[in-house]
Design a binder for this molecule. Structure first.
Ligand SMILES: NC(=O)c1ccc[n+]([C@@H]2O[C@H](COP(=O)([O-])OP(=O)(O)OC[C@H]3O[C@@H](n4cnc5c(N)ncnc54)[C@H](OP(=O)(O)O)[C@@H]3O)[C@@H](O)[C@H]2O)c1
Length: 319
């Protein structure tokens, strides 16, 4: 078993992304040597100035390349994930095969500590392929829990300055006269990215979290419709919301799958068949009270309001 203070170098897969950037920033501030593996160095350029961070281009799906880059690491954090699959990048490849390959390499290289990001409601019988593939990834890692010190995190939808969920709907509210909302009664319990990344850091060298799986959710449950209404209130914009029934929700998603920008797929709608809500309280082992959405999103959505624009113009004019 690893003891506290043994971990010096941490390798992060998916470190350039929304959640990854928050985790990498915390690892850096805590003094760990961090190696971020990315497909394109450009995607991680915002991390390059962090003093303990090295960004390395690597195709993590290539066994040999990943094996080479993981050599010397004391711990690995896997944040790889996709919401929409393509012909090349399937859920099976990213969520299932990669964690299995990662487990084999860690055993080979004697890297004991592995932190892995899954998703709330991931289950082998879940309604969506996304959730089923996440469950398969969890299972292949946990199968090695006698040889590896694994911790799995299962967050619900995550919000924060660079999130896709809240920012996407904020943009849609600004540009669309009416919101046609799929699955308006689906429930979410959003969790702040800083709460999530704090848990990863707190868990890294805490043996009490080895072999454990943690659901991470915020303090409040909202319907999808209520979430959109909160975003509208923050933006001071009102739009009528038309809730779609199940058939129309799938039909809308079917048409959206043909758009060049991936907004919502039928698999995303299937994920909403189960409420993204946790039955458990926030894990006490992390000694943290999670923040509510209403207290955080005004800090980053304010730039999208007319008041925010006005403040920006004033700052530009140095007034
Ligand atoms: N955001 C949420 O609300 C939420 C909720 C629950 C669970 N999660 C899970 O949390 C993790 C991080 O989510 P996120 O929101 O931070 O995602 P993100 O911003 O899209 O970042 C995902 C990262 O995965 C890497 N990646 C994506 N496709 C890849 C591929 N085909 N090959 C190699 N690398 C690939 C990207 O790295 P490069 O582009 O640098 O290669 C990127 O940095 C994911 O596992 C996600 O499923 C997120």
């Amino acid at each position: 078993m690893q003891s506290i203070g043994q971990i010096k170098e941490v390798c992060v897969l998916g470190g350039s992304g929304f959640v990854g950037s928050s985790i990498v920033t915390r690892l850096d501030a805590a003094g760990y040597q961090v190696k971020v593996l990315t497909r394109r160095r450009e995607s991680a350029k915002h991390l390059l100035l962090l003093p303990h961070v090295r960004v390395v281009e690597c195709n993590v799906l290539d066994y040999k390349a990943l094996n080479r880059e993981l050599r010397g690491a004391d711990a690995v954090i896997n944040l790889l994930g996709i919401l929409h699959q393509s012909r090349r990048n399937t859920f099976n490849l990213i969520h299932q095969q990669l964690p299995a390959q990662l487990a084999r390499i860690c055993i080979d290289l004697n890297i004991k500590r592995v932190l892995h990001m899954s998703s709330l409601r991931a289950d082998k019988d879940a309604p969506s392929q996304y959730l089923r593939s996440k469950a398969a990834g969890e299972a292949s890692l946990m199968a090695e829990k006698n040889r590896l010190n694994i911790t799995i995190f299962k967050p619900t939808v995550i919000f924060g300055r660079q999130d896709r969920f809240i920012n996407l709907f904020a943009s849609m509210i600004k540009f669309l006269p009416v919101i046609l909302l799929a699955k308006p009664a689906a429930k979410f319990q959003p969790v702040w990215v800083e709460d999530v990344s704090a848990c990863f850091l707190s868990s890294l060298e805490n043996p009490a979290t080895f072999g454990q799986t943690y659901e991470l959710a915020g303090p409040k449950v909202y319907t999808f419709r209520a979430l959109i209404q909160i975003i509208m209130a923050v933006l001071h914009i009102h739009r009528p919301i038309i809730g779609l029934n199940d058939r129309l929700s799938y039909l809308q998603a079917f048409f959206m799958e043909w758009l060049p920008i991936k907004l919502m797929s039928r698999d995303n709608v299937r994920s909403m068949e189960v409420d993204s809500v946790s039955d458990a309280p926030f894990p006490t082992v992390f000694d943290r009270t999670p923040s509510a959405l209403e207290t955080v999103i005004p800090q980053y959505l304010v730039n999208q309001t007319s008041r925010g624009n006005y403040d920006r113009y004033r700052r530009h004019a140095a007034r």
